[in-house]
Design a protein around this ligand. Structure first.
Ligand code: ADP
Length: 523
C-alpha cells in the first residue's frame, strides 16, 4: 500500500461518520442488524425494504455507498443495480451486494451489472467495515481525481487560449518581435513585423544569432541587459543600433522579458523602430538651434553694450534686470551650443583631433578653469595630477573634466571639497551596474569625487542621456542644460573609453572616466 493510499484510508476512516450509506434489504432482521452495526460506527444510515423505494431514494439524495440485497421480490438486486448504473445521478455510487445464507450469489453477474464487491452471510463485522471503507475511499479518491482532472483540463484550456492570444498578438503586432534562446541568443521565432524591418526572410533568421547575421546589436550591451533581467522582470526601452539586410542603419528601442518557449528559457524581444522619429527630432533640434544662434549672439552683444553704460547710465534696478537678462541669455547660448555640439558629434561631423597629450597637465588646466567657480561656491578643489601620456583630443578631454568638476561643484554644499585623481589600472570594474568586472589591459582611470547630494540609484544611467536631470528644476536652479554628461559620454566613447558614476544619496558621487592607454596610441 502506498503512503498516499494509506493516508486516504486514514482520512476516510476519520471522516467515515459522515458517510451516508443506503441499505436495501427485504429482510427486516438483516436490515436492522446492518443498520445498527453501521450506526454504531457513526455512519449515517438510511434503510429501505423494497428495490424500487431504494432506487427512488438514491436518485432523490444520492448516498456515498449502497448495500444491496440480491434476492428481493418485484425488483431484485441486479435489476436495481442496473437502474442505478443507467442513471447519471446514481451511476458513480459504489454498490456492494449482500447475499443471505443459502442464496445463490451470481458473482459474475454482480460485477457485470456494476457492483464493486459482495458480502455474504454470516457477516464478519470487521470484514464488512473493511470492504465498506475500501470502497468509500476508492470513491473519494475517484472524486478527487475527477476534480483534479477537471482543474487540469481547465488549466489546459486557459493555457491554450493564452497561447492563442499571444500568437495572434505576436503575428499581428506592428512592433517587430523576436524570441531568442538565453543560452546562445539564437532566434527561435520572429514575427512578420521583424521580417519587414530587417529585410530578412524567416529561413535566413531562425537558428542564427544576431552576430552571425551582423545585425549590429552591441553584444556586450545586450548581454548586460539580459543579466539585469535576473533582478528585474523587464528591461524597458534600451536603445540599440540595428543593421538591416541591405545595410541600412536603424535606431531601435528594445524591451526584453524572460519567457519559457517550449520549456526552453528564452528572451522575448519587443522592438520599437525610432529611426524616423530620431531623424526628425535631430533635424528639428539642429534647425531651431541654428536659427536661434545668430539672434542670441546679437542679443548678448546688445546686452553687453548696455552694461558698458555707453548708451546712458542705468538705475540700480535696471542693472539688476540687465544682469538677469545676460545670465539667462548666456544659458540659452550654452544650451544651443551644447545641442549643436552633441548633434555634430553623433552624426560624425566632429572628429576627435587626437594627439599625444599629458593627462596630468589637462587635470591641472581643468582645475584652473574651474577655480573661480569653485571659489564663488566656497568649494575647495583637491587635484592630484597623474602624469602620463594619452592619445586623445586635449580640448575634448578638458571639456569632459571641466564638466565633471563643474557638476561636482554645483551639487556640493559650501565648505565641501571636490577631489580629482587618476591612476593607471589593469582592471576596470563596472560596479555601477553591479556587473562582473571587465578586463581592460592598461587603462587610465580618472575619478572626480564629491560629498554632495548624490544621485538616486535609478538615475545612475539615465543622467548620461541628453536632457536627463535628477530634478527637473536642476537646469533652472543650477544653470545647467542636461546635456553635459551626454556630451562627455560621447567624447569618452569616441576615445574607446567608458564613463560611469557610483553614488550614495545624500553622501556624494564619484564619476569615473577610463581611457585606454596602449591601444589608443597610433600605430
Ligand atoms: P547639467 O547641465 O544639468 O549639469 P549634466 O548632463 O552635466 O547636465 O548632468 C545631468 C544631471 O545629472 C544633473 O542635472 C544632475 O541632476 C545630475 N548630476 C550630475 N553630476 C552630479 C553630481 N556630481 N552630483 C549630483 N547630481 C549630479
Amino acid at each position: 500500500m502506498t503512503n498516499s493510499y494509506s493516508d486516504a484510508i486514514l482520512y476516510s476512516s476519520i471522516n467515515s461518520h459522515k458517510a451516508d450509506i443506503l441499505v436495501i434489504d427485504d429482510t427486516p432482521e438483516n436490515l436492522h442488524l446492518l443498520a445498527n452495526m453501521l450506526t454504531e460506527r457513526s455512519y449515517k444510515v438510511r434503510s429501505v425494504t423494497k428495490g424500487m423505494t431504494g432506487l427512488r431514494g438514491a436518485q432523490a439524495a444520492p448516498p456515498d455507498l449502497i448495500l444491496l440485497d440480491v434476492n428481493m421480490p418485484q425488483m431484485n438486486g441486479y435489476e436495481v443495480c442496473q437502474h442505478l448504473k443507467a442513471d447519471d445521478r446514481t451511476c458513480e455510487i459504489p454498490v456492494i451486494f449482500i447475499s443471505a445464507l443459502g442464496d445463490v450469489l451470481d458473482k459474475v453477474k454482480a460485477f457485470q451489472v456494476g457492483g464493486v464487491d459482495y458480502i455474504t452471510k454470516p457477516f464478519q463485522v470487521e470484514e464488512v467495515f473493511a470492504r465498506i471503507e475500501t470502497h468509500l475511499t476508492l470513491r473519494r479518491l475517484q472524486k478527487q481525481l475527477q476534480t483534479q482532472n477537471e482543474q487540469l483540463q481547465q488549466e489546459i484550456r486557459e493555457r491554450q487560449q493564452a497561447e492563442e492570444k499571444f500568437k495572434k498578438i505576436f503575428l499581428a503586432s506592428p512592433n517587430p518581435i523576436t524570441i531568442t534562446t538565453l543560452s546562445e541568443n539564437r532566434f527561435v521565432e520572429v514575427n512578420p513585423g521583424f521580417l519587414q524591418m530587417s529585410g530578412y526572410t524567416r529561413a535566413d533568421i531562425i537558428g542564427r544569432t544576431p552576430n552571425e547575421l551582423e545585425l549590429g546589436i552591441a553584444q556586450d550591451v545586450y548581454d548586460k541587459a539580459i543579466q539585469q533581467l535576473q533582478n528585474v522582470s523587464l528591461v524597458h526601452n534600451q536603445e540599440f543600433e540595428f543593421r538591416t539586410k541591405t545595410g541600412d542603419c536603424k535606431t531601435v528601442l528594445l524591451s526584453i522579458e524572460l519567457i519559457d518557449f517550449g520549456d526552453v528559457p528564452c528572451a522575448l524581444n519587443i522592438i520599437n523602430d525610432i529611426t524616423e522619429r530620431k531623424r526628425l527630432e535631430n533635424e528639428f533640434i539642429s534647425l531651431v538651434s541654428h536659427e536661434l544662434r545668430t539672434p542670441m549672439n546679437s542679443l548678448i552683444g546688445a546686452l553687453d553694450l548696455l552694461s558698458t553704460g555707453q548708451l546712458g547710465s542705468l538705475t540700480d534696478k535696471g542693472k539688476q534686470i540687465l544682469e538677469i537678462a545676460t545670465t539667462n541669455t548666456e544659458r540659452l547660448i550654452r544650451l544651443v551650443n551644447d545641442i549643436l555640439d552633441l548633434e555634430r558629434m553623433k552624426s560624425g561631423k566632429i572628429t576627435m583631433r587626437k594627439t599625444n597629450c599629458n593627462i596630468g597637465q589637462l587635470m591641472i588646466q581643468a582645475t584652473e578653469v574651474m577655480q573661480s567657480m569653485a571659489e564663488s561656491a566656497k568649494i575647495q578643489l583637491d587635484v592630484q595630477p597623474y602624469s602620463t601620456d594619452v592619445w586623445a583630443d586635449p580640448d575634448r578631454i578638458l571639456q569632459t573634466l571641466t564638466n565633471l568638476l563643474s557638476n561636482a561643484i554645483k551639487f556640493s554644499e559650501p565648505g565641501q571639497t571636490v577631489w580629482m585623481t587618476a591612476k593607471r589600472t589593469m582592471l576596470l570594474l563596472n560596479s555601477s551596474e553591479n556587473l562582473s568586472s571587465v578586463e581592460q589591459p592598461d587603462c587610465l582611470l580618472i575619478e572626480v569625487t564629491d560629498r554632495g547630494r548624490g544621485i538616486p540609484a535609478d538615475k545612475l544611467q539615465s543622467i548620461f542621456e541628453r536632457f536627463q536631470q535628477v530634478d527637473a528644476s536642476d537646469s533652472r536652479k543650477k544653470g545647467g542644460t542636461g546635456l553635459g554628461l551626454a556630451i562627455c559620454r560621447n567624447i569618452i566613447e569616441q576615445h574607446g573609453g567608458q564613463i560611469w558614476v557610483e553614488s550614495t544619496l545624500g553622501q556624494g558621487s564619484t564619476f569615473y572616466v577610463s581611457l585606454p592607454l596602449q591601444s589608443s596610441l597610433p600605430t
